[in-house]
Design a protein around this ligand. Structure first.
Ligand SMILES: Cc1cc2nc3c(=O)[nH]c(=O)nc-3n(C[C@H](O)[C@H](O)[C@H](O)COP(=O)(O)O)c2cc1C
Length: 420
């Protein structure tokens, strides 16, 4: 197809299987904003950020991951939507996200064993297998049947409440090494019961969650799943597993599968890939090659995220049969990126690189830089020109200490210790 035809596709509407319509093919991928107010609820800062993104022209805005269990957080300023959270702040957030005409989905997540030790709380996991190659995480506890039932109910309750608040859909986070992704991984999931073993059993929790979430939502609410193409670990979740999981998901009313890759052990989603993947890193869409077979086989529309920053890159992804391009970093740098693309203007250049040589620090610094941009945008109404990732990481550490005290105090006050 010629470039102009592809431009048409990029800005053409997409009808999802459940009937929801996205006004174009550009989605803001999920980014944990780290901007929750006291009580882990959204406030004016998140409202402002999403109003800005909404006006920027994307077809779909997916929120940063919202925790379904207040005791299991990916960071101390994360948003929690459990059965006890007040709904009004979420309703105001949903209204802000929808104010520009985009669909607004809440991403629901349980981090499983990817919980930092200093956060306290619980680090549930399919098996008691600690995270390798990345320090600071809590010791994981293998889940029993009651825990599995409880977490399924938490996702369902979170979804029902998100839609009640006014979000038009939810996305279940089953990528990046979090709980559902841990169940999918043969390295993290060593269970010999019905929740472990071959991929069909490792996928059982995800499928149960999809079923429970769908049943908890009214007809017309959209349901998405974020899934890895691969974990990039020897013996881990592979592309053929992803193919099978998409096949299993297709038996249920799922509207969109977003493909990504990596985990805390291998932060591929931040472009930090191993030597063999340098070729992939040099190109815009990190996971396009791995996604091709899934795209070809999937009856569910596919969204692809990772490294996309130009309209030309986005068009290449659509040419491969992908239905929606997911953009995170570039949409933090330039919240009006869809508008810029539609006017033929270039987006921002890549973020400055960290001076660090180890992958974990490079990835942490990149995330800190993006979070810094989001904070500034929420505070000032416009994204800053640029940022130094290593300075952002130092700033993040100081801010985190303060937010950690606030979160732990809130959690302790909210949940009386069991021993009275
Ligand atoms: C600061 C930051 C926070 C992120 N938080 C989330 C998250 O909450 N949920 C998620 O699925 N992905 C999260 N991601 C990953 C992005 O959705 C995306 O997969 C990744 O950044 C690659 O896309 P990009 O190259 O367009 O940034 C985050 C990325 C960044 C930079």
């Amino acid at each position: 197809m010629q470039g102009s035809d592809q431009a048409e596709v990029l800005f053409s509407p997409l009808s999802l299987p459940g009937g929801a319509v996205l006004r174009n093919r550009i989605a803001k991928a999920s980014m944990e904003e780290n901007l929750a107010a006291e009580g882990q609820i959204p406030d004016h800062r998140l409202r402002r950020l999403y109003r800005i993104w909404g006006a920027g022209g994307a077809g779909l805005l997916i929120t940063g991951n919202v925790m379904v269990d207040a005791r299991a957080m990916t960071g101390p300023a994360g948003v929690v939507l459990d059965a006890r959270a007040p709904l009004e702040p979420f309703a105001a957030w949903a209204a802000a996200a929808r104010s520009g005409g985009a669909a607004a989905w809440m991403q629901l997540n349980h981090p499983g064993r990817q919980v930092r030790a200093d956060l306290g709380g619980v680090a549930w996991s399919p098996s008691a297998v600690p995270i390798s190659g990345a320090g600071g995480f809590a010791r994981p506890v293998a889940m029993d049947e009651a825990d599995i039932r409880a977490v399924t109910a938490m996702f369902a309750s979170g979804a029902a409440r998100a839609i009640e608040a006014g979000f038009t859909g939810v996305q279940i986070h089953a990528a990046h090494g979090y709980l559902l992704s841990q169940f999918l991984s043969p390295l993290a999931n060593r269970r010999t019961d019905r929740w472990g073993g071959p991929i069909e059993r490792r996928a059982r929790l995800l499928i149960e969650v999809v079923r429970a979430v769908r049943a908890a939502m009214p007809a017309g609410a959209a349901l998405g799943v974020k899934l890895n193409t691969a974990d990039f670990q020897r013996g881990g979740f592979r592309q053929e597993d992803a193919l099978r999981v998409v096949e299993l998901l297709a038996e249920h009313p799922v509207d969109l599968v977003e493909l990504s890759g990596g985990s805390a052990e291998r932060p591929a989603m931040h472009g930090v890939l191993d030597g063999a993947d340098d070729r992939t890193r040099a190109r815009e869409a990190y996971f396009l090659d791995l996604a091709r077979d899934v795209v070809a086989a999937s009856p569910i529309p596919i969204m692809l995220t990772g490294g996309i920053r130009t309209a030309a890159g986005a068009r290449e992804v659509l040419r491969a049969g992908v239905a929606v391009v997911g953009v995170a970093t570039a949409l933090a740098q330039c919240p009006t990126l869809p508008r810029e693309w539609s006017l033929g203007r270039p987006g921002p250049g890549p973020l400055p690189a960290s001076a660090a040589s180890d992958k974990a620090t490079v990835s942490a610094a990149k995330q800190a830089a993006v979070r810094w941009i989001l904070r500034r945008t929420a505070a000032r109404g416009a994204a800053p020109e640029s940022t130094d990732p290593d300075a952002a990481l130092r700033l993040d550490a100081r801010r985190r200490a303060r937010l950690l005290r606030r979160y732990r105090g809130w959690l302790a006050g909210r949940t009386p210790p069991r021993d009275g």
